[in-house]
Write a protein that binds this ligand. Structure first.
Ligand SMILES: Cc1cc2nc3c(=O)[nH]c(=O)nc-3n(C[C@H](O)[C@H](O)[C@H](O)COP(=O)(O)O)c2cc1C
Length: 205
């Protein structure tokens, strides 16, 4: 679609209100990878919920982060037990990922609601999603709260990857992972064309 690059529309968060501005942000900052986070409650209920406010936070030590908007079961369980598993969301689990975004009460496990098989984790108590090709087992590094949201930082203590998604170089191949991502509105992204380009080093003459 053609658009006129010289004309801009202005949005003032103070005028728009936080809910509408959030809708603008999530329709703008995209695609967002999805952390499918499993936790276990103090009562032993296994919880699973998608979080698209998610990225790598630190390289050494390896730390990932996701954000809970409001206080949800995932955040409560992480605070109580300090352990969680971040899974990747492949396209063939699209409907199950969405199903685990339903606001079930705390005693109701999303694993069971979405018909997802568990497998034991190696280093942490919350179970893994057996069908997810990548599971990052995390120990809570810390949280940071601001406004209505809490950022959760987790040190990755183990990564378990389905061997058949690994390419010859030992890294996951994106076309085998086939991740779904979150866009704006009710839109989701699927894996598309991949372009390759090498970083160009600066060469002083
Ligand atoms: C694809 C997707 C991404 C989501 N991303 C977030 C997010 O980044 N932060 C958040 O607080 N909620 C997010 N949600 C909503 C939560 O998953 C939802 O509130 C869920 O019920 C929380 O579950 P819990 O109470 O068991 O933790 C997302 C939902 C979906 C379907």
């Amino acid at each position: 679609m053609r658009h006129d690059r010289r004309v801009r529309t202005d949005f003032d968060p103070a005028e728009l209100g936080s809910r509408s501005f959030y809708r603008l942000l999530t329709a703008t900052i995209l695609p967002r990878p999805i952390a499918w986070v499993s936790t276990t409650s103090e009562d032993g209920v296994d919880n699973l919920a998608p979080h698209s406010f998610f990225t790598v936070a630190c390289v050494d030590p390896p730390i990932v982060q996701f954000t809970s908007v409001g206080r949800k079961d995932t955040l409560r369980n992480v605070e109580a037990n300090r352990e969680f598993v971040v899974h990747l969301t492949p396209e063939d689990l699209f409907e199950q990922v969405n199903a685990t975004g339903t606001n079930y009460p705390a005693h109701h496990s999303e694993f069971d609601a979405a018909g997802l098989e568990r497998e034991p984790s190696l280093r942490v108590r919350p179970p893994r999603v057996k069908a997810s090709p990548v599971a990052l087992e995390c120990v809570l590094h810390g949280t940071m709260s601001f406004g209505d949201s809490t950022m959760v930082l987790g040190r990755v203590v183990h990564a378990a990857v389905h061997t058949d998604v690994l390419a010859e170089d030992g890294l996951p191949a994106v076309d085998r992972l086939s991740p779904v991502s979150r866009l704006g509105r009710n839109e989701w992204g699927v894996h598309g064309e991949v372009k390759r380009i090498d970083r160009v080093p600066y060469e002083a003459d």
